[in-house]
Design a protein around this ligand. Structure first.
Ligand code: DQA
Length: 146
């Protein structure tokens, strides 16, 4: 099983970006942790990050036929992007929305997710654990359990 982790704008700065909100792990740290967990479950994961909306749209399109599910931290595009929403709708594979911070406990503009209605579900506020839960959700959804 192949799972694609997509990371949106500013997530390349994890580790130094507002560590009180996003923690001190870098994206590379997160990737290494998820990769170890996935290997134990015989799941192949691919991690990508872009600051560009169109690149994320392209990767969602490419996921079709290549990955069983997508775990998506769309960063700020979560709150604004009709293009990402349309891409998620178009690809017809499960997309799981994740966030490190609890977007519902933050500024009001973060309470609205443009992509939530077309994702299978939303995991928010667990820090690095959100990535593990995203992996778990993806595997269970693809396996059809329970
Ligand atoms: C985020 C939450 C978003 O509101 C924010 O714009 C981010 C990161 C998170 O992981 O908590 O860039 O997606």
């Amino acid at each position: 099983m192949r799972i694609l982790f997509l990371n949106g704008p500013n997530l390349n700065l994890l580790g130094t970006r507002q560590p009180e909100v996003y923690g001190r792990l870098t994206l590379a740290d997160l990737e290494a942790m998820i990769r170890r967990r996935a290997e134990a479950a015989e799941v192949i994961v691919e991690f990508r990050q872009s600051n560009h909306e169109g690149q994320l749209v392209d990767w969602l399109h490419e996921a079709r036929g290549q990955f069983a599910a997508v775990v998506l931290n769309a960063g700020a595009y979560t709150h604004t992007s009709v293009a990402l929403r349309d891409a998620i709708t178009a690809i017809e594979i499960p997309v799981i929305e994740i966030h490190l911070s609890n977007v519902h406990a933050r500024e009001e503009f973060r309470h609205q997710s443009m992509i939530a209605p077309v994702c299978r579900g939303q995991i928010t506020g667990f820090g690095a654990v959100s990535y593990f839960l995203g992996l778990e959700a993806a595997v269970l959804l693809v396996e059809g359990t329970p």
